[in-house]
Design a protein around this ligand. Sequence first.
Ligand code: HEC
Length: 114
Amino acid sequence: MIQSGTTRRTLGLGAAMTLAAGLAQAAPDAASYPALMQGNGCTSCHSISEKIVGPAFQSVAQKYAGDKDAVASLMQSIQNGSRGKWGRIPMPPHANLSQAELKELATWVMTQRP
Ligand code: HEC
């Protein structure tokens, strides 16, 4: 009895891992977000290529492509929140992020050219 239980659990885990691998393949995007972004909930409102609640990161990179102050200005938007630039829904502030973290996030966003 104990043995068959163990076998079933092992099979269950194997199936879950296969499923996870399948999902990761279906959404090639998912693996390429920085940990900092997943850890701070950014990906619940943003994706690389689709508008969710906030604009797609590709759209952000495109909009500020010619702006040499883009990284600094995106750091401000992420830290203090942003409203009125993309539509009627505001982005809440993220006051817990350090300057280095803000810079990493803003720089990454600006590399998401379509
Ligand atoms: C609750 C939803 C939500 C979360 C969470 C969120 N955003 Fe946003 N984000 C928005 C919305 C909505 C906008 C558009 C705001 C506007 O119109 O000015 C936006 C705009 C932006 C912009 C463009 C700002 C500009 O100046 O044009 C960047 C960059 C951005 N978000 C990055 C992030 C990052 C990085 C995180 C995680 C630390 C994050 N967002 C978390 C909703 C969100």
